[in-house]
Ligand binder design. Structure first.
Ligand code: ADP
Ligand code: MG
Length: 703
C-alpha cells in the first residue's frame, strides 16, 4: 500500500497549483487520486446525424468546417469564435465564448468530432462551447469524443480536462502494481474484476459492459470492507442475563388505554429474548406515533420485576426529558425509581444519580449520551434501550451496548441486552450489516382513534390564506409548527445547478419568525434553530410544551419525537428542500392529540420530482410506503446512506439498493473473518490496512 500513500505532487504533470486544487477535493495521495471516481459519465460513443438531433440534446456529431472561423470581440472581456460546419444531413453554427485560441485549431474543409448541447430553432441549429477533436485522430483512452467520457466533481481552479489528465497519469504510474484487497477465491467466486482492470475501467471505460464490471467490483469491495470493519466488532451468540418473563396483564391493567395488538406482539417478542439466556439484540421499527415508548416501558418493568435496572438513551435533551415524563407516568405508579441524566443535570444531582445507580436504588435511568460517561457504573444493568438510534454513531451505540466494559468489578459478568427503537425503516439487509445478528420487531399499527393528518401542497401565493388559517387555529387554542429549511452557509453547487436556489431567496427561520411577528402581532411567536445553544433551544421548547407559544418557527431541530398533542398544524416552507421521509417525520409532530390536524407543504418548485413527492405526501400517511417511494424517487443516493446510521460515506455502493451485493459481501467477509479474525495473515495485509482506516473513520463519527 505504501507507494499509494505518496503525495500527488510526485505524479508526473501535477505541480503545486494543481495539487492544491486537488487537495480541496480531498485528494492528497496517489491512492486518493485514483480513488476519485467520476460522479457520472457521458456516453459520447455514438455519432449522430445533425438533422436528427433534437433541441436541447447533448450529442456527438462529425462535421466538416465550412468556412474560416471568425473571431469577434463583443465587448471588453467577451469575445467569440464562430464557424459553420456540416455533415451529410444538415448544417450547424458552432460558437465558442472566450476561447479565442479555438480559431487557430480549426481548419476549413477538415472534419472534426464535436460534443455539446444542440439548440434547434426552426431550421437553425447551433452548438455552443462544444469540445472537439479532429476526426482522423483515433479515439484513445483520453479522447473526449467518440467514447464514454468520465465527468468528475470539480472545484474552482481545476478543469475537467485537468482532472482527467491527472488521473490518467496517476493510473499509468501504478496500474501494474495495485495491491489486490479481495482474496483471489472471493474474486473468483463472485466473478469480480481484478483491481487494476477495475481502476482503469471505472475511470476510462471502453464500453458500458466494462464500466458495469468495474462498478460491480467496487460496490462489492466497498461493502466487503464495511462488513470486515463491522464484523470484527460484532459478537454473536453471546450469553445474556436471564430476565424471567412476567405476566404482562398486570402491567396492562395499570394503563390508561389498551395496548394495540402490535404493541403486545412486540413486547412478547422482546420479553422472550430477555428470558432466553442469550443476549438480545433487537430493533423495534414503528412509524411516528405508533407507541414505541410503551413497549420500552413494558420491558423496563420486566427487568424491574426480576430485580434489574435498565438504561434509556435519547438523542437530545428535549427527548430525554419527554421520555422521562412519559416513562415516569407509566412506571412510577408501579414502584419504579426513575432518574434523568443529561448534559445540563446539575453537579450535585449528577453525583446523587451516580450513587443511586451504583447502589442499585435506581430502576431506570433516562438520558442523552451523558449516559456514556466513563464514570457511570451501573448496578445490575440488564437492558439498554436506544431511541431514534440512527442519530448516534456506530461507536456510541456499541459503547452503550456495553459488553467490553470490565471497569466495574461489581457488574454482573454478562453484558446488558440491547434494544433499539427507530421510526426510520431500515431494510433487513442493512440492519443486518449494522447490527449483526439483529432481530426485528415491527409496530405496524397505529393506536386506535388516531385521525389522519390532512395534508395539502400549496404555492407561496397562499401565504395570506395560511396566515388566516393560523389565526383561526390559534384562536381556538391550538398551536402551530412552522418549519423552514436550514439555509446553508455555503451554497451547494449542485443545488445551484438545479435552479432551486435561483429567484426567491430562502428565508431563514429567524427572518421568518420576525416576519410572522409583524404579520400576526396578536400571537406569540417563538423560534428555534440549530445555531442556538442547547439550553436556549430547550427553553423555547419548554415554552411550546407549556403552551406559552402559539407558533413555533424552527429549522428541522424538532424533527424527531417531540410530543405536543395540542399542535394542530405543521406548516413546511420550501417543502421541496426536504426528503420524503423527513417530511413524514415532520408531519408526525401533529395529529398526536384529539384535535383535527393539518400539514401544509409550501413549495413553488416546478420540478417533476418535487411534485411527485408532494403528491405522495398528500396521498398517504404510511411511513414505510413513504420510505420506499423516497428511495425510488431519489434513486441511488444517501437515503439509507452513511450519515443517518453513523456509517462511513459510501462512494459507489448504495446501502438501500445494493442489497444483494451487501448480502454476498457480508457472507464473504464473515467467512474470511472466521479464518483470520484479526486479518493478520500476510496475504491480508493490504485488506487489513484498509479495514483499519475505515474503522478509524467510523470512530470519527462520534458526536
Ligand atoms: P412513537 O415514539 O412510536 O412515535 P409514542 O410512544 O410517543 O410514539 O406514542 C404516541 C402517543 O400515542 C403517545 O401520546 C402515547 O401515549 C399514545 N399511545 C401509545 N400507545 C397507545 C395505545 N395503545 N392506545 C392509545 N394511545 C396510545
Ligand atoms: Mg418516540
Amino acid at each position: 500500500m505504501e507507494p499509494f500513500r505518496r503525495d500527488i505532487r510526485s505524479v508526473r504533470g501535477i505541480g503545486e497549483k494543481r495539487a492544491q486544487a486537488l487537495n480541496k477535493l480531498g485528494v492528497f495521495s496517489l491512492f486518493d487520486l485514483i480513488s476519485y471516481f467520476p460522479r457520472r459519465y457521458e456516453d459520447r460513443s455514438s455519432i449522430r446525424p445533425i438533422a436528427l438531433v433534437q433541441d436541447g440534446e447533448a450529442v456527438c456529431i462529425t462535421a466538416v468546417i465550412a468556412d474560416e472561423p471568425r473571431l469577434s470581440r463583443i465587448r471588453r472581456g467577451l469575445d467569440l469564435v464562430r464557424v459553420r460546419a456540416f455533415d451529410d444531413s444538415a448544417e450547424v453554427t458552432v460558437t465558442w465564448f472566450n476561447q479565442s485560441y479555438v480559431k487557430n485549431q480549426l481548419r476549413s474543409g477538415q472534419s472534426y468530432r464535436f460534443y455539446g448541447k444542440m439548440e434547434v430553432k426552426g431550421t437553425r441549429r447551433s452548438l455552443t462551447n462544444p469540445v472537439f477533436e479532429p476526426e482522423d485522430l483515433p479515439t484513445g483512452r483520453m479522447s473526449v469524443t467518440g467514447r464514454i467520457v468520465p465527468v468528475y466533481r470539480m472545484v474552482s481552479g481545476l478543469q475537467q480536462s485537468a482532472i482527467r489528465q491527472s488521473i490518467r497519469q496517476g493510473l499509468d504510474s501504478c496500474l501494474g502494481s495495485l495491491p489486490e484487497l479481495l482474496p483471489p477465491a472471493v474474486r473468483e467466486e463472485y466473478g469480480l474484476a481484478d483491481a487494476g482492470q477495475a481502476y482503469e475501467d471505472i475511470h476510462f471505460p471502453p464500453d458500458p459492459h466494462a464500466l458495469d464490471q468495474a462498478r460491480k467490483r467496487f460496490v462489492f469491495e466497498e461493502l466487503f470492507l464495511l462488513s470486515c470493519a463491522l464484523g470484527s466488532r460484532q459478537k454473536t451468540g453471546q450469553k445474556g442475563i436471564v430476565v424471567p418473563k412476567p405476566d404482562f396483564s398486570l402491567f396492562y391493567d395499570t394503563l390508561p388505554f389498551s395496548p394495540t395488538a402490535a404493541q403486545r406482539r412486540a413486547i412478547e417478542e422482546a420479553a422472550s429474548d430477555l428470558a432466553s439466556g442469550s443476549r438480545m439484540s433487537r430493533l423495534l421499527q414503528g412509524d411516528v406515533g405508533s407507541g414505541k415508548t410503551l413497549v420500552a416501558a413494558a420491558l423496563v418493568w420486566q427487568c424491574f420485576r426480576a430485580g434489574y435496572a435498565a438504561a434509556f438513551m435519547a438523542p437530545t435533551e428535549i427527548l430525554a426529558e419527554q421520555h422521562y415524563r412519559t416513562l415516569s407516568a407509566f412506571l412510577s405508579p408501579l414502584g419504579l425509581k426513575v432518574g434523568l441524566l443529561t448534559g445540563s443535570t446539575r453537579a450535585k444531582e449528577k453525583r446523587q444519580l451516580h450513587e443511586a445507580l451504583e447502589l442499585g436504588t435506581l430502576d431506570l435511568i433516562i438520558g442523552t449520551h451523558a449516559l456514556l460517561s466513563d464514570s457511570l457504573h451501573f448496578h445490575r444493568l440488564a437492558l439498554t434501550i436506544t431511541d431514534e438510534q440512527h442519530r448516534f454513531g456506530v461507536e456510541q451505540r456499541s459503547r452503550f451496548g456495553g459488553g467490553d466494559d470490565a471497569s466495574d468489578p461489581s457488574a454482573s459478568a454478562l453484558p446488558p441486552h440491547v434494544y433499539v427503537m427507530s421510526a426510520t425503516p431500515i431494510p433487513r439487509t442493512l440492519a443486518l450489516i449494522i447490527y449483526g445478528d439483529l432481530a426485528l420487531s415491527a409496530l405496524d399499527e397505529l393506536p386506535p382513534g388516531r385521525q389522519a393528518v390532512d395534508t395539502f401542497s400549496v404555492g407561496s401565493a397562499y401565504h395570506a390564506r395560511l396566515l388566516a388559517f393560523i389565526r383561526k387555529l390559534c384562536g381556538e387554542g391550538r398551536q402551530v409548527f412552522v418549519v423552514c429549511p436550514k439555509v446553508e452557509d455555503e451554497e451547494d453547487p449542485d443545488a445551484a445547478a438545479d435552479g432551486s436556489l435561483s429567484g426567491k431567496k430562502l428565508l431563514s427561520a429567524v427572518e421568518y419568525a420576525q416576519q410572522l411577528r409583524l404579520e400576526l402581532p396578536e400571537l406569540r411567536i417563538g423560534c428555534v434553530h440549530g445555531k442556538m445553544k442547547a439550553a436556549d433551544k430547550d427553553l423555547v421548547m419548554q415554552q411550546m410544551i407549556a403552551g406559552e407559544i402559539d407558533v413555533l418557527v424552527s429549522t428541522t431541530v424538532i424533527e424527531v419525537g417531540v410530543d405536543i398533542p395540542n399542535a394542530a398544524l405543521m406548516l413546511v416552507e420550501n417543502a421541496d428542500r426536504f426528503g420524503l421521509s423527513q417530511l413524514h417525520q415532520l408531519r408526525g409532530r401533529v395529529g398526536r392529540g384529539q384535535h383535527k390536524s393539518y400539514c401544509v407543504l409550501v413549495t413553488d418548485s416546478e420540478s417533476e420530482e418535487a411534485k411527485a413527492r408532494m403528491k405522495i405526501m398528500c396521498e398517504t400517511g404510511d411511513g414505510f410506503k413513504i420510505a420506499e417511494e423516497d428511495l425510488r424517487l431519489r434513486g441511488p443516493g444517501d437515503f439509507f446512506g452513511s450519515r443517518q446510521h453513523g456509517l462511513p460515506e459510501m462512494h459507489v455502493a448504495d446501502l438501500g439498493t445494493d442489497t444483494e451485493t451487501l448480502m454476498k459481501s457480508k457472507e464473504a467477509a464473515d467467512r474470511l473473518l472466521a479464518l483470520d479474525p484479526t486479518l493478520s495473515l500476510p496475504e491480508h495485509a493490504a485488506l487489513r490496512e484498509r479495514v483499519l482506516l475505515l474503522t478509524e473513520k467510523m470512530d470519527g463519527t462520534l458526536n
